[in-house]
Design a binder for this molecule. Sequence first.
Ligand code: RP5
Length: 163
Amino acid sequence: MQAKVAVIMGSKSDWPTMQGAAEIMDKLQVAYTVEVVSAHRTPDKLMEFGEQAVARGFEVIIAGAGGAAHLPGMVAAKTRLPVLGVPVQSKALNGLDSLLSIVQMPKGIAVGTLAIGAAGAFNAGLMACQILANNDAALAERLEAFRTEQTEAVLSQPDPREE
Ligand code: RP5
């Protein structure tokens, strides 16, 4: 199946966080690729990736990075595809550095910034599915089912003391 989502990240160390994006895309049966592309350690690879992203058939890019997190903004600078940026929680500053590096894009190049860490990675995957569902009725149905299941799980157990 043609992968419509590319999940890229600055380091292998980002994978434990970024696998949340993969988890929801697996559940909703959306094909994706996963690759380490570092803005700082592999800048030429990053440029090439951005230049070829449309031709490779991707429709959404999820980019996770921590610290001085230039990856989402730089890949967005090289492609018209929507880029969803995930600030990975850093050791020194708990991901506030990652968040601010990703969220404060100058006018004219857009990055959709998600929450710091695991919730952000999961929601980036979810958001990618929501974008693709605009043109995929079967995926839209799976998304609705996921949302209904989530709502029912909360409603069926309103007592917080119960498992
Ligand atoms: C960033 O630096 C990566 O996105 C990662 O979050 C952070 C630390 O990378 P490693 O030193 O663990 O490879 O480029």
